[in-house]
Design a binder for this molecule. Structure first.
Ligand code: NAP
Length: 293
């Protein structure tokens, strides 16, 4: 591939900042978003065209980077791109979706001579804004090497995990830990409120010791102050946990901690918390500690 020209589809909490880093690296060709005003505003800010539709975006470059919510959304945008994709183009997916969906889409695109790299990310909206995401990539090594500058534009670490789908498999492992940490931190901080401990001193001492972690540092103070603007939406974590559950069933392995987190996040979402940050789990934990024996 000569010059990399990237179109970004999905300008949400993660895709918007990724597009900004690609523009800074001189790689951004155009943007598209389902809700058009987001694309129009970012296109004006970055001085690139807002594509009329996903096929138009694909025609304007040779790499399409997707960052949309879930499997069905990814399938829809890739299908809409198809008329504009040419042999030699590459689709990079930075959404979190299942490895099964990933392998199916990659096989369909391969028939049209289009490459596919799954490149889910970790590091939160803070990592996306700073360009310090951790990327877990899967795909053919020659394709990955060609598009490496795209992934490096918004990451601090890029790990090539193996063939297509292995990036999403790695992300599923990541999300088991993310959910377990959220369960532990939210439960512990709901407990601390009942104990009437001074919150700022608590945060400092916990962060400095063996219990310290990213979620506590970035979400501890806001959740204690009852602020849950995303961040990472609870509905999206629930989607990820269901991917982990489906994989576990396929592999005949039990993930009891994931089962517990699915129950908690499903309740949070049922109670209207889909768009709230994952730290809103503390609301469920506070409720649970109020439940009589
Ligand atoms: P978000 O802020 O809710 O943005 C979602 C984006 O997907 C929006 O641009 C949305 O368009 C678009 N979209 C959704 N359904 C679509 C459809 N059917 N057709 C076209 N576009 C569609 O979510 P996010 O936090 O950026 O997350 C995006 C992906 O990254 C998810 O898979 C998530 O699990 C993953 N992720 C998120 C984080 C995080 O901390 N936020 C971290 C790592 C990975 P509209 O503007 O029209 O709604």
């Amino acid at each position: 591939m000569s010059e990399l020209r990237v179109g970004v589809i999905g300008l949400g909490a993660m895709g918007g900042p990724m597009a900004r880093h690609l523009a800074s690296a001189g790689l951004l060709a155009s943007v598209w978003n389902r809700t058009p005003h987001r694309a129009d505003e970012l296109a004006t800010e970055l001085g690139v065209p807002a594509a009329a539709d996903p096929a138009d975006l694909a025609r304007r470059g040779n790499v399409v980077l997707t960052c949309v919510s879930a499997d069905g959304d990814l399938e829809a945008v890739i299908s809409a791109c198809r008329p504009g994709l040419s042999p030699g183009d590459v689709v990079i997916d930075a959404s979190t979706v299942s490895p099964m969906t990933t392998r199916r889409l990659a096989a369909e695109l391969a028939e049209a001579g289009v490459g596919y790299v799954d490149a889910p990310v970790s590091g939160g909206v803070e990592g996306a804004r700073k360009g310090t995401l951790s990327v877990m990539a899967g795909g053919e090594s020659a394709t990955l090497e060609r598009i490496r500058p795209v992934l490096e534009a918004f990451s601090a670490r890029l790990a090539v995990m193996g063939e297509v789908g292995s990036g999403q498999a790695t992300k599923a492992v990541n999300q088991v830990m993310v959910a377990g940490i959220a369960e532990a931190v939210c439960e512990a901080l709901a407990f601390s409120e009942k104990l009437n401990l001074p919150s700022e001193r608590l945060m400092e001492v916990l962060s400095a010791g063996a219990a310290g972690n990213w979620f506590l540092d970035h979400r501890g103070r806001t959740m204690l102050a009852d602020r849950f603007e995303p961040g990472f939406k609870s509905g999206l974590l629930l989607k990820d946990l269901r991917i982990c559950d489906a994989l576990a069933r396929e592999l005949d392995i039990e993930l009891p901690m994931v089962d517990a987190a699915i129950t908690d996040y499903a309740r949070l979402v049922d109670e209207g918390g889909y768009d709230d940050d994952t730290s809103a789990l503390i609301r469920i934990k506070r409720g649970a500690s109020d439940t009589p024996d």
